[in-house]
Ligand binder design. Structure first.
Ligand code: GLU
Length: 336
């Protein structure tokens, strides 16, 4: 029997929902549906400086408008909640401590000024910045004393000294990162909030996510994801990194160069069917080369190996053409 397929979309509520959220969510939902699995919505609100409270409701509405309601999430609940990261803080703290006990992570007491000096030094030497690991070498007794004194600290992931992290990506093939180019990332901040390096793999594990389908920009964080799983003794999900939507200059689609908020498309009269059809074609090719197809057809035919490796430029002329097509259909239906 096929094991349960569970996918998730994990947006950060930082403002207006981005068209890229819809783009990733439709691949996640279609893949889960095709395998009779579940599609989960998880709100990643641990970056408190960028947090916009209204954005949570806007995300839920945006997914509803385009027909991508999750099977589990903050509004619907489900067996693996809470589905909002800020409601899971004690879990992250416990796990960070467990990793310290197992030697997969360590406490770091370096001050922002010390770290800044390290960063500037790397800049001067024109080398990529990697944390010096000063606190990894701190004597145990000194660490105990600092903790007892309540000294502010973070928890860092301990990257193994040699070797590499390799994994298959359903879109990009075999990917590999050498450990010596990785840095001991912070996994728990001094305010007790986790960083994405801890919260994402931990929640994917807790929520039984089988396939992590998300944007390409997250590819370089996969080695940290895998090291957290390995240090914790968790199985790995499958990975599929989608190519990002692009501006005309091929940079990642951004609001400085293009409209990116879902509400803009809605207010301009784009139909959700047209937007979904258009976005499917940005990241995937229909096996018969068809251009007009429904989300149901996409769900039936989606295979991860037909996801494109490099996304085409966002083509508004094509989106308009598709929208006209769906508007015509709508009118015929209404006439009938
Ligand atoms: N919270 C991340 C974002 O806002 C998503 C990370 C992920 O999908 O693993 O894009």
């Amino acid at each position: 029997m096929e094991s349960a397929v569970r996918t998730r979309i994990a947006p950060s509520p930082t403002g207006e929902p981005h068209i890229g959220n819809v783009y990733a969510a439709m691949f996640c939902k279609a893949f889960a549906e095709q395998h009779h699995g579940q599609f989960v919505l998880r709100i990643e609100d641990t970056d408190r400086r960028r947090y916009v409270p209204e954005a949570v409701g806007l995300l839920i509405d945006a997914f509803h408008w385009v027909g991508l309601d999750p099977d589990e999430g903050p509004a619907r609940g489900g067996p693996y909640g809470p589905y909002v990261q800020s409601e899971r803080l004690p879990l992250y703290r416990e796990q960070a401590e467990a990793l310290v006990q197992r030697g997969g992570a360590y406490n770091c007491f370096c001050t922002p000024e010390e770290l800044d000096a390290e960063r500037k030094d790397a800049e001067r030497r024109k080398v990529p910045y990697l944390y010096s690991r000063r606190c990894l070498r701190r004597p145990k007794e000194e660490v105990q004393q600092l903790l007892a004194d309540g000294a502010p600290h973070v928890v860092r992931l301990r990257i193994p000294d040699g070797g590499r992290v390799s994994f298959p990506d359903a879109v990009r093939g075999d990917v590999s990162f050498e450990n010596r180019f990785l840095t001991d990332q912070i996994i728990l901040k001094s305010d007790g909030f986790p960083t994405s390096h801890l919260a994402i793999p931990m929640d994917d594990h807790a929520m039984h996510i089988s396939h992590v389908i998300r944007a390409e920009e997250w590819l370089s964080s996969v080695p940290y994801y895998i090291l957290v799983c390995q240090a914790s003794g968790w199985p790995l999900p499958e990975f599929a990194h989608l190519s990002v939507l692009r501006n005309a200059d091929r940079s990642k689609m951004s609001k400085r160069k293009n409209p990116t908020s879902v509400s803009w498309y809605r207010s301009q009269g784009y139909l959700p069917e047209a937007l979904i059809n258009f976005l499917a074609l940005q990241g995937w090719s229909h096996p018969e080369g068809k251009e007009i197809f429904s989300f149901q057809e996409f769900t039936a035919l989606l295979t991860l190996d037909r996801i494109v490796k490099s996304g085409p430029i966002f083509d508004f002329a094509k989106l308009d053409w598709m929208n006209r097509h769906y508007i015509r259909e709508l009118t015929l239906d209404q006439l009938a």
